[in-house]
Design a protein around this ligand. Structure first.
Ligand SMILES: NC(=O)c1ccc[n+]([C@@H]2O[C@H](COP(=O)([O-])OP(=O)(O)OC[C@H]3O[C@@H](n4cnc5c(N)ncnc54)[C@H](O)[C@@H]3O)[C@@H](O)[C@H]2O)c1
Length: 393
């Protein structure tokens, strides 16, 4: 029978969804050991087992495996990231309120090195409880109201979730001596390019044109410039290109995914402003980039910002359509003129390549093929369903 000590994290047989902490050990009237846990309940040793992310399956402690908290780990980006971390022998605590359901975690929710905390990041007491108990090495912060339309629809929730809760999490990480913090930001922060042939890079001025990007810029500024700089804390902002590709939580409100889906379903595709540029990056390369950052010496990534993508993967919408027509030559397209798009930008991604050695592994046409195949063979059932969108359709 496992002997527990004060501070150990445990799961009680009558409450397998929560991690409890042993706060005291006493004898009952018959002389048996009974543990008091932080819910104020008393448990006999046989009613408790070690919490998975602290112990090996045989109950022995293992300090050599690092624990990472991933907020938003059930989402489009996060559900691939948590799998990547598990494959690379990290323990993962996922904080997510399952805004789009929990189906993306079905196959890993009982993995011995995975733990889901189904909580709201706006509930600071709950977040503090998880962070304090986790003894984690790093936090990767993805949870957010994601995208311009979703933030526009719920501006107050967006401000609370994307700003207040991010600040709280950063402060809590600092206070808890957590070593790494990766913040998921966006290339949308750049806004419009100043000249048609120019590329923006990490040193370019930021010109957010939506609440979504404004909040990202503010959090970046807080993380990189406003907090006390500690040599043992390593915060990094990753400005991701526009994402595409297959994930356990699919999104069809992203350009490449949506365009491929519409043509795959035999519909006429309406394209607004075909001349505007954007950078694109496969969702699985996002996970590879975050893992790359996690493994770098701190001095290379601390208080630093990197664009994530590849300079050759900037496309206009017309170029995206042309790639799709190679796959589906009978596709019907209708271009609708739009003379202004404040999110017209081409991005340079040399910094992450030169300084961290990060290279993408997939290009846009491969992502299109994945999506087309998954719709044609029925793997994605009814892709118009609301669960695949971040705003009501
Ligand atoms: N190109 C880009 O600029 C780009 C692209 C994709 C993602 N991102 C960033 O990556 C991150 C993840 O995006 P995604 O595409 O996976 O989005 P998503 O909407 O699929 O995932 C967000 C996750 O956060 C969770 N969440 C939302 N509010 C929460 C709350 N209050 N408490 C707990 N959990 C909450 C949701 O349940 C969801 O699982 C976001 O921060 C996003 O801004 C940037």
């Amino acid at each position: 029978m496992t002997i527990f000590r004060t501070g150990d994290l445990v799961i009680a047989h009558n409450n397998v969804g929560s991690i409890l902490q042993v706060v005291d050990k006493e004898m009952d009237d018959t002389g048996r050991v009974v543990y008091k846990v932080d819910t104020k309940e008393y448990c006999y040793p046989e009613d408790l087992k070690p919490a998975p992310h602290y112990f090996n399956e045989d109950g022995t402690e293992s300090a050599d495996i690092k624990t990472i908290i991933v907020t938003g780990g059930a989402g489009y980006v996060g559900s691939l990231l948590v799998r990547k971390l598990l494959q690379n022998n990290y323990r993962v605590i996922c904080i997510d309120n399952l805004r789009f359901g929990g189906a993306s975690l079905i196959d890993i929710c009982c993995h011995p090195q995975f733990w889901l905390e189904n909580i709201d990041i706006n509930d600071f007491a709950e977040v503090d409880r998880v962070v304090e108990k986790s003894n984690c090495y790093g936090i990767i912060h993805l949870a957010a109201i994601v995208g311009d339309p979703a933030c526009k629809l719920e501006p107050e929730v967006a401000a609370k979730t994307n700003w207040d809760s991010s600040i709280h999490l950063i402060d809590k990480a600092l206070q808890s001596n957590i070593e790494r913090f990766i913040f998921a930001s966006t290339c949308s922060n750049y806004g419009k390019m100043s000249g048609a042939s120019e590329y923006v890079d990490e040193s370019s001025p930021l010109a957010p044109v939506s609440l979504y990007a404004e909040l990202k810029v503010k959090v970046e500024d807080y993380l990189l410039n406003k907090i006390e700089k500690k040599h043992d804390f390593s915060p990094t902002c990753l400005r991701f290109a526009t994402v595409y590709g297959m994930s356990p939580r699919m999104r069809f409100d992203l350009t490449v995914n949506e365009f491929t889906k519409e043509l795959a379903l035999g519909r006429e595709l309406l394209v607004f402003g075909e001349q505007f540029w954007r950078p694109y990056c496969h969702v699985s390369d996002f996970s590879r980039a975050m893992l790359t950052v996690l493994r770098q010496p701190k001095e290379k990534v601390a208080y630093n910002v990197f664009n994530v993508g590849d300079s050759l993967e900037n496309y206009t919408k017309k170029m995206i359509v042309d790639e799709l027509l190679k796959l589906m030559p009978k596709g019907r397209i209708k271009y609708i003129e739009k003379s202004e798009d404040p999110r017209d930008y081409r991005v340079n991604f040399d910094k992450i390549k030169d300084e961290l050695g990060f290279l993408i592994s997939k290009k846009v046409p491969e992502g299109m093929e994945e999506i087309l195949r998954s719709i044609q063979n029925g793997v994605v059932d009814k892709p118009d369903r609301e669960v695949f969108y971040n705003t009501p359709i």
